[in-house]
Design a binder for this molecule. Structure first.
Ligand code: ZN
Ligand code: ZN
Length: 259
C-alpha cells in the first residue's frame, strides 16, 4: 500500500492511497491541477485515481469538488448528509451515478478494498474518518476532530499506518492572535485535536503493528512541527514506528509493504 499526503492544513487537505493499480483520494481541498501536479511529482500516475472519499463539507476538504465533478469521472464517496451539505456549500450536484453512499460504522467494499467510515466529533453535519484495508495493509486518515473518543480509538486498533491530526499547541493557540471566538471553536470538543490530545489518542492506537505515523492538519499559526513531533515521539519511544509530518505545500509519500 502506498500513501501520499498531497496537502495538509487549514488551506487545503488531500490524501491519496494506492495499491499500485488504483488510487483513492481522501478529501480534495486543493485544486485539481495541484492534485495532479503533486501526484506526478511523487511519481504516481494521476490517471489511476478512481474515487474521492469526502470526510466533511468544510471548504479545506472539498474546495475543488466542482471542478472534479466537471473534469473527471471519479466516484464520490460521502454520507448522505455530507453529500447534501457539500452540494450546498459548493453549489454543485453530485450525480446519483457518481455517488457511492457510505454510512458511519458500515464497511464498504470498493474495488476489493475495505473502506470503513467512522464518526468524528467535529462541527460539520456528519463528519467521518476513513479506515482502509487493502493489499494486506490497514491504514486510517483521521483529521478534524475536537477530542479523542472511545469510538475513534476503537477504529485505530491494529493499524499499519495512521495519519493523525496534530492541529495546535494549546499554549500557542491561547497566546496567539486568533480572535477569541475562533480560539474557542478550535479548542472545543468539536474543533481540532491538540498535540497533547493527539498523543493521548496515539497512545491508545499504538501497537507493535503500527509502522508509520504521519502527523497532519498542523496549524501554521498555532503549532510548530517540532512540538507535534516531540509529543508523538514521547509515545513512540522504544517502537519501530516511523514518524513524518505532512505539510501544506510539500507532498510526502511512503510505502507500507504487507505485514
Ligand atoms: Zn480541516
Ligand atoms: Zn473541518
Amino acid at each position: 500500500m502506498h500513501y501520499a499526503a498531497l496537502a495538509s492544513g487549514s488551506k487545503g487537505n488531500c490524501h491519496a492511497l494506492s495499491d499500485g493499480d488504483r488510487t483513492l483520494l481522501v478529501d480534495a481541498g486543493i485544486s485539481l491541477q495541484q492534485i495532479r501536479h503533486r501526484l506526478d511529482s511523487l511519481g504516481w500516475d494521476s490517471g489511476q485515481v478512481q474515487a474521492l472519499a469526502l470526510t466533511h463539507e468544510h471548504s479545506d476538504h472539498i474546495g475543488s469538488l466542482g471542478v472534479i465533478l466537471r473534469r473527471t469521472n471519479w466516484a464520490i464517496l460521502a454520507t448522505p448528509d455530507t453529500r447534501r451539505a457539500a452540494e450546498r456549500a459548493q453549489n454543485v450536484q453530485i450525480p446519483a451515478n457518481r455517488w457511492l453512499e457510505v454510512k458511519a460504522g458500515e464497511a464498504l467494499s470498493w474495488e476489493g478494498w475495505l473502506v470503513l467510515p467512522f464518526t468524528l466529533p467535529h462541527d460539520a453535519v456528519d463528519p467521518v474518518a476513513y479506515r482502509v484495508e487493502a493489499a494486506g495493509v490497514a491504514c486510517a486518515v483521521v483529521t478534524d476532530l475536537g477530542h479523542p473518543t472511545a469510538l475513534v480509538a476503537d477504529h485505530l486498533q491494529e493499524l499499519d499506518l495512521l495519519v493523525l491530526e496534530a492541529n495546535h499547541d494549546v499554549d500557542m493557540l491561547r497566546e496567539g492572535d486568533y480572535p477569541p471566538q475562533l480560539k474557542a471553536r478550535i479548542l472545543s470538543r468539536v474543533g481540532h485535536l491538540s498535540n497533547a490530545a493527539m498523543a493521548e489518542l496515539l497512545d491508545r492506537a499504538c501497537s507493535p503493528r503500527l509502522r508509520g505515523l504521519v502527523l497532519a492538519h498542523l496549524s501554521e499559526s498555532n503549532n510548530h512541527p517540532d512540538l507535534a513531533r516531540f509529543a508523538a515521539e514521547e509515545v513512540l519511544r522504544g517502537t519501530a514506528t516511523s514518524l513524518q509530518v505532512a505539510h501544506q505545500r510539500e507532498p510526502l509519500a511512503l510505502s507500507i509493504p504487507p505485514a
